[in-house]
Design a protein around this ligand. Structure first.
Ligand code: M6R
Length: 593
């Protein structure tokens, strides 16, 4: 959730750190800070955004430093709780992402030993432990200190004296970026793309020492070599390129994203899941994810059951971790854009330990999930910076279409028809984007309300859940996604003229019942916005507003419908004037349970 950056090299560190912190801000943005290493360590940190921190800085020429953007877990957002944290002597500085679960006990013990704590954070115990064990070698002290720590961490530390950074990771992402006469450490590659695209992903238990000329990595006391990888993203992809918000840019990228995900897979569907498609040994599929990725899993469940005729369970990763479960002959699939969501990683580990074969559908090459799962399916959506997931959701859906097609037990002509429709999807989404003015108007209309319902049936029920999540996440309008048939079982009590309902339709076997549900809702004087296929003349007569959706086969309707709901949420939030890319209290990747 927090963003980490470290720089050591031949250029002034301060502007580079600030630049990288800006790019990391989507990971956490309630406070930030940096430490620069000269003869001593200078720390600048405060509550608020990187731009505010930068305003308070004067020019500094030091060539080594570390920085942090915070998403508070222990201790409220404040200047004191912001990272970097220092030891008592002010000779060691540290930034951290993760959670130290045994910090209270360690803090008590260190306090008794005379260490003075200034913040409420769990992080501060790490720097005091390093101080306690320091005997002249920072990396050794870090290794001993981390031996006492329970929980997850990615850390970057520096110390007065010889210029170097010491890095370490356990269950939180961290990589080293390789430059020319300079090196970086960062919690994700998007932060350093302006400087280098050559990176080394650290493994759990790795402790690295970085100077401007070399890096060494050890694990369990033994030196190890880690592969240098090229980041498959461009700088341009990680920037706004003229759009007002990353979210809008990412929504607009979707036609190309769909093409990218399809490319290479569609012409050769078999390689997508070779053994699995042929494997009669799998009795059920278990889909695990959180938030938007969970909604993609719900669509995936529908597709796999319909096309592959296999039993599928979709579970919230955060819940799966806490119940006893029977898994025999199960293929477990984790769905996670970032590949770093703590609950999903835990769920994948648990499924693996229960003997499941595992796959992860992810956007991030080298992410933690790819190291846990047996196989990875990369959705190729490019960097997603806005906290609200948009293009990664659509790419996850496309991944499920491909997977279901690879495994489909349907006749050849049905398969070919579906593949042909899939190829048309980028154009359908583009058509929708080209006509977005009407959706923008409806978004502004929706911004006037404090509550809304989203209803759908069948394969569009997850779309309703996702539409509600998107709206509340960025516009702070309370929204509830609900199965259309469930509304009458309780939520109906809340319907009134001030609570609009967004009804998501598709021309499938749910259509007629959805129309009946809409009629029932209208009897309460409730405004209804319907998503309907172009040319649908029936729904038009029943509802207050229609968002016309370019026609596609009902099975693919979740893609176009979801893009329309993303735009609806975006324009509602924009009208309300909220910080769309960084909604309050949220962070892009939730690396704590
Ligand atoms: O990186 P992941 O896909 O594992 O993230 C899961 C959720 O945290 C994420 O989808 C979240 O719900 C989004 N902010 C929704 O827009």
């Amino acid at each position: 959730m927090c963003g980490l950056i470290g720089y050591i090299g031949n250029r002034p560190a301060q502007p580079i750190l600030i630049d990288c912190l800006r790019r990391l801000e989507y990971r956490g943005y309630d406070s930030c800070g940096l430490a620069l290493l000269g003869d001593g360590i200078q720390v600048y940190k405060d509550q608020g955004k990187v731009a505010e921190l930068q305003r308070g800085l004067s020019l500094n020429n030091e060539r080594t430093g570390i920085g942090h953007t915070r998403w508070a877990t222990h201790g409220r957002p404040s200047g004191i709780n912001a990272h970097p944290h220092l030891d008592c002597a002010g000779q060691i500085a540290l930034v951290h992402n993760g959670i130290v679960t045994n910090f209270l006990r360690l803090r008590q013990q260190l306090t008794q030993e005379g260490h003075i704590f200034s913040s409420e954070t769990d992080t501060e115990v790490i720097v005091h432990l390093i101080e306690k064990y320091y005997r002249g070698d920072l990396a050794e002290a870090v290794a001993t200190a981390l031996g006492q720590i329970e929980g997850s961490y990615a850390i970057i530390a520096l110390q007065t004296g010889p210029k170097k950074l010491v890095v370490a990771r356990n269950e939180s992402p961290l990589l080293i970026g390789l430059g020319d006469g300079e090196n970086f450490a960062a919690s994700d590659a998007a932060a350093i793309l302006d400087y280098t695209d050559r990176v080394v992903y650290l493994e759990d238990g790795d402790i690295g020492v970085i100077t401007d000329r070399e890096i060494t990595i050890a694990n369990n006391g033994h030196e190890v070599s880690r592969q240098v990888q090229q980041v498959p993203w461009t700088q341009e992809e990680a920037q706004k390129t003229g759009y007002e918000h990353f979210m809008l840019k990412e929504i607009h990228e979707q036609p190309r994203v769909i093409q990218n995900t399809l490319r290479g897979y569609l012409s050769a569907i078999e390689p997508v899941a070779p053994e699995i498609a042929a494997n009669g040994d799998i009795a059920q599929v278990l889909l695990l994810g959180c938030g938007t990725s969970y909604h993609a899993a719900l669509v995936g469940k529908y597709l796999l059951e319909k096309l592959a005729k296999v039993a599928v369970r979709a579970e919230l990763a955060s819940e799966f971790n806490y119940h006893d479960t029977l898994l025999s002959k199960t293929w477990a699939i984790g769905i996670t854009q970032s590949g770093e969501t703590a609950d999903t990683l835990m769920a994948l580990r648990k499924a693996k330990s229960l003997g499941c074969k595992t796959l992860v559908i992810t956007n991030v090459v080298g992410s933690s999930a790819t190291r846990i799962a047996d196989e990875a399916f990369y959705i190729k959506a490019g960097p997603e910076i806005s906290v609200a997931a948009t293009k990664s959701f659509i790419a996850q859906l496309v991944a499920f279409y491909l997977l279901a097609l690879a495994w489909a037990r349907i006749d050849t002509s049905s398969r070919e028809r579906l593949m042909a429709e899939l190829r048309l999807l980028p154009n359908k989404v583009q058509q929708l984007l080209d006509g977005q003015d009407d959706i923008a108007e409806l978004g502004e209309y929706l911004s006037r309300y404090d509550n809304a319902f989203f209803i759908g049936r069948g394969i569009n029920l997850p779309v309703a859940l996702e539409g509600a999540l998107k709206l509340k996440e960025i516009s702070y309008i309370h929204a509830e996604g609900c199965a259309a048939g469930e509304l009458k079982h309780g939520s109906f009590a809340l319907l009134n003229p001030h609570t609009p309902v967004v009804a998501i339709g598709a021309q499938d076997n749910t259509y007629d019942t959805l129309l009946t549900n809409i009629k029932e809702i209208k009897t309460r004087g409730t405004p209804v916005i319907a998503l309907a296929a172009e040319g649908d003349r029936e729904i038009d007569k029943l509802v207050d507003h229609v968002i016309w959706i370019p026609g596609t086969t009902p099975l693919l309707s979740p893609v176009v419908n979801s893009v329309a709901l993303q735009l609806l949420a975006y324009y509602a939030a924009r009208k309300r004037g909220y910080p769309i890319d960084q909604p309050r209290n949220l962070a892009k990747s939730v690396t704590v349970e």
